[in-house]
Design a protein around this ligand. Structure first.
Ligand SMILES: [Zn+2]
Length: 432
């Protein structure tokens, strides 16, 4: 008996807990996949849903990778083509884009997911959200926010990305209470307001849902971008993280202590390099199993995103686990002269430097096949003094200096916004 308790405790502390409702949903998912998915039918031949009863059984199921999706996308589809309503797509930051088709039921699930997200981020029917992002180009998130806010019964202003002048003019005219935007764009909005004498403190905006970039450090304190926003504009910030493949978001509550898992929509695992579950507060790869997805459900899909989970109850009253900010993409890990780092850590460093107006980080392989880092930097001033300051700062913070190339605004803009890109490019991977 003593033994048994110990084993139970071990499972609880070693991996993300899985509820009985999730197990039931997982069993139905396996039955569904074996029936409808050509890809999973093959790899689940010897798996019987009734034998999956806990986290350990889950850990014994086969994994799915991004490569599987890129190579055999069609084989993941569980419904006839005529049932597909929306064809969404990943941005293709890493390799070829993946198409994720959604049925009517999937679109409803997506709306329910974002409804849950916005409620978690203190959203109310009386709120009015200004969406500073695209709803086009097969971008799932834009559509998800839109349908989630509709379900919440709040107001919507679909303004699209960029153009600070138009954003401010609309804020003045339609008085939104909240904005949904990329954090670095919020910094640009603030800069624009300062340059054009717009009093941001008297604006109607009270909160921002921050998408696409981190606003916090792994210990949940605000990172440089988060601080820049908060110091200039006292609005509430909520971070949200999602991906097209998982069709589900992790969103922060008012406590700002990580994105809450929506247990009825997703099973989450954090795995180490040997695909074994890691405990709380330990970095690993987020691996997800979608629940209640009809068109293209995924079983134990390795997202490539590195993060940690936290299982102590949140002060907001929710008991679901929370995810740390994404530390980086696994494939983007840089082995740099004896240290390993992820691009977001370099972004933080560059964001902090007053002398750096903007940048693109490039990584490439040198003649020995090792990673080299090249920073394309738009300096505040094109002077020797400014360049010297940047160099000294990088040396102090990184111990080894990356290559630096100073560029002018038009060239950098071209690098950041290549044709057909849906979002701003801050990282270029030229490694072989
Ligand atoms: Zn909470």
């Amino acid at each position: 008996m003593k033994y048994r308790t110990l084993a139970l405790l071990n499972t609880r502390t070693l991996s993300i807990p899985i509820s009985t409702d999730q197990i039931t949903s997982l069993q139905s998912l396996i039955t569904y996949l074996k029936e409808h998915s050509p890809f999973y039918r093959e790899i689940l031949t010897n798996i019987h849903p009734e034998n999956i009863r806990n986290a350990t059984d889950l850990a014994g199921l086969p994994l799915t990778t991004k490569e599987d999706l890129q190579k055999q996308g069609q084989d993941f589809l569980c419904v006839p083509r005529t049932d597909i309503i929306e064809y969404t797509s990943t941005s293709g930051t890493l390799g070829s884009p993946v198409t994720v088709p959604l049925t009517e039921k999937d679109l409803q699930r997506l709306a329910e997911n974002e409804y849950g997200s916005f409620v978690c981020a203190d959203g109310k029917p009386a709120d009015v959200y200004q969406l500073m992002l695209t709803l086009d180009r097969q971008f799932m998130a834009g559509m998800a926010y839109y349908s989630g806010i509709r379900k919440l019964g709040a107001g919507l202003i679909r303004l699209g990305p960029g153009v600070p002048s138009l954003q401010w003019e609309t804020i003045g005219r339609l008085q939104p209470t909240a904005i949904v935007a990329v954090p670095s764009f919020i910094v640009k909005l603030i800069q624009y307001a300062e340059e054009h004498h717009i009093d941001i403190h008297s604006s109607s905006v009270r909160k921002a849902i921050c998408i696409g970039e981190n606003i916090r450090n792994p210990d949940f304190t605000l990172n440089i971008i988060g601080r820049k926003i908060k110091e200039a504009w006292n609005i509430d910030l909520y971070s949200t993280y999602a991906s097209t493949e998982m069709q589900t978001a992790f969103t922060e509550c008012g406590q700002g202590r990580g994105g809450h898992l929506q247990e009825n929509l997703l099973i989450a695992e954090i795995l180490d390099d040997q695909n074994q579950p890691v405990g709380p507060r330990t970095p690993g790869e987020l691996t997800i199993t979608t629940l209640r997805v009809e068109g293209m459900p995924l079983l134990r899909y390795k997202t490539g995103d590195i993060c940690m989970f936290f299982d102590e109850p949140c002060a907001c009253g929710r008991h679901s686990i929370r995810l740390s900010p994404i530390l980086g993409r696994k494939a983007q890990m840089i082995k740099f002269k004896g240290t390993t780092l992820y691009p977001p850590a370099l972004f933080d460093l560059l964001n902090e430097m007053e002398e750096v107006k903007d940048y693109v980080v490039e990584v490439y392989s040198n003649e020995w096949g090792l990673d080299e880092v090249l920073l394309h930097i738009l300096p505040k001033e094109a002077t020797e003094e400014c360049h010297g300051k940047i160099k000294a700062y990088l040396q102090a913070r990184l111990r080894v200096s990356p290559h630096v190339r100073y560029v002018e605004a038009p060239e950098l803009h071209k690098m950041q916004f290549p044709e057909a890109s849906r979002k701003i490019i801050k990282f270029i991977d030229k490694r072989k």
